[in-house]
Design a protein around this ligand. Sequence first.
Ligand code: IMP
Ligand code: MG
Length: 178
Amino acid sequence: MEKISVMISEEDVDKRIREIGEEITKKYQGKEVLLICVLRGGSFFMCELAKRINLDVKIDFMSVSSYGGGTESSGHIKIIKDLEESVEGRNVIVVEDIIDSGRTLSHLMNLLKTRQPASLALCALLDKPDRRVVRVDVDYTGFKIPDYFVVGYGLDYDQKYRNLPFIGKVEIDNTVLK
Ligand code: IMP
Ligand code: MG
């Protein structure tokens, strides 16, 4: 059975989300933004972030998957659920839980670009730069973290722990999972 230890506290996560919300509010002053939540991991972060943006905010959801299970993502993505609305001419901000290899998001950002939004930005709660395989430009990052497998705030291990209000490390038999 795995054990979870706190890596980033609930208080620190909430504080950082407020800051990002303020930054986005300033940057997009007078405009409407469309937040695109990447399911399922991005959902908790997007809800909190949306509440901290003082502009007209609309939301939409997309679900993509990299093939295979485990803790490693493969090179391909499959669209499981596409957006309900067109992004053409909109100010789009993609909201994701974590950028790891970068494969998922580089595919997704390229796809969205072809749909001609007025602007396209990427906002990730967590970033593991050491794991990057494909270049992705992240416009707003909550926290840069070392190469640990993390859970909470939308992130899962075997579909569990998404509901933890903090970011935690996973330990199995006294070994931290990477
Ligand atoms: P990437 O394509 O390698 O950047 O994979 C990103 C996706 O892998 C994220 O959206 C998560 O769903 C998952 N992922 C990567 N690292 C972690 C982690 O530490 N904990 C939980 N999920 C992770
Ligand atoms: Mg994800």
